[in-house]
Ligand binder design. Sequence first.
Ligand SMILES: Cc1cc2nc3c(=O)[nH]c(=O)nc-3n(C[C@H](O)[C@H](O)[C@H](O)COP(=O)(O)OP(=O)(O)OC[C@H]3O[C@@H](n4cnc5c(N)ncnc54)[C@H](O)[C@@H]3O)c2cc1C
Length: 468
Amino acid sequence: MMVRREHARAVLALEQRLGESSVRTDEAALVAASRDESEADVVLPSAVVVPRTSGEIAAALKVCAEFGVAVVPRGAGTGRTGGSAVVVDSIVIDTTKLDDVKGIERQDSYAVVDPGVVTGVFHERCEGEGLFYPPDPQSSQWCTLGGNVAENAGGPRALAYGVTRDYVLGLRAVTMEGEELVVGRRTAKGVTGYDVTSLLVGSEGTLAVFTELWLRVIVAPPVVRTLLATFASVYDAGRAVEAILRAGIVPRCIELLDELCCASVRETDPASLPTNAQVVLIIEVDGDEARCDSLVERTGAVLDESQATAVLVAKHGGDRERLWAARRVLSRALRRRATHKLSEDIVVPRSKLALILDDVRAISEREGLVMPTYGHAGDGNLHVNLLWNTPDERPRVDRAIRALFEQTILHGGTLSGEHGIGVLKRDFLPLEQSPALIAAQRAIKLALDPRDLLNPHKVLPRISHRAC
Ligand SMILES: Cc1cc2nc3c(=O)[nH]c(=O)nc-3n(C[C@H](O)[C@H](O)[C@H](O)COP(=O)(O)OP(=O)(O)OC[C@H]3O[C@@H](n4cnc5c(N)ncnc54)[C@H](O)[C@@H]3O)c2cc1C
């Protein structure tokens, strides 16, 4: 009751500070802002604040801090682990109206952008200038750069180019108490002080809210070639990935779709896969003409030796897009198969790819669950999906997730490659990290947000929450 009264007062103060049009309390807005693309259980927020300037973000945080109200920063809500899901009484700060590409400094190879810029829009802006921003989450049509930085998002091209962290030179952020931090650099190198930029990248909205990002951009590779290889089994495909990397070939991506993924894609869009493709690898190389020719030839030879049943090569835009079609419809195709879908995001050392694929099959058979698996196989980063329809299946899903995580750790892997920990994986953190390391991270959190008001109950195993 006490909490609700504080929320009502905070909402009133926000309306006074930012104007009523920037503070939404209608049910449609509250419902839309309460969840992301995960299966996290949510509650409705008290309000959704939609700032239009970084100053308004700082003002909103100050008001919430004053009333002791928790805040959930939000981009486009495409997160997979409940990072922007509302799990305790909170006010949401929706950053999508801060969506300006403020400038691209070509000579110094960086761009200054608002956090709410849609990633795909930024890609197009860079391409228009002959430049390249490699991080390419497969949600790039919708997700925001702020959300990408908060999750340290990856994508297929991470294999050759790295993840979002490798492209964040610096940023402006506001802490829960409304303090602005200007972090990092705009220069090619710089090591002044602790690397707070790296700390904030991947902090999942728990340490500060980003208000401006300084992103590194590079020269676009002139030529790109795409290969699609089909296999009779996922193990052959897994071994082919290991063989390509062992041969010293570094494509810009190697994506895997297993038997269940290919079957689902075929049901949704039969034309997007070659007939008889059981399992698929999509491989892409880039560089100049000569390098691409050589990489295609060497990759093709390894694929032949690795029992590929067919290999297609595309040189030009439209043909290349056609080879990606199956990957593009995949998420939608899997969604159609069941009422509930959870996409896990484990990473194993690449040499353990075939082993973990074996584990996935064993777990799915043991629990009687459908577990289609795809992902950025070149990085050892697999999205193991769990599909189910009725609540009585949930205990088997939970057992399967735990078993998957235990096997991942056993193989020297990690619980998340790019989707983050959010709320869904928070309680599994001790499987991978020691109590001392978790305590150190908690100390960092409390140094920046002493009252645990910013995106509480996320990332770290539960701490006492004074706002609720
Ligand atoms: C179909 C589909 C495909 C996907 N493919 C990929 C993929 O290939 N690679 C990948 O990495 N991810 C992928 N994702 C996951 C998701 O798109 C990414 O995690 C993305 O970075 C989330 O961005 P968003 O704008 O939707 O953020 P949200 O989901 O709104 O928020 C994500 C996190 O960022 C925080 N946050 C948002 N904005 C700010 C800000 N300004 N300041 C501080 N914190 C903030 C939130 O609090 C939350 O913790 C996919 C998701 C879908 C649905």
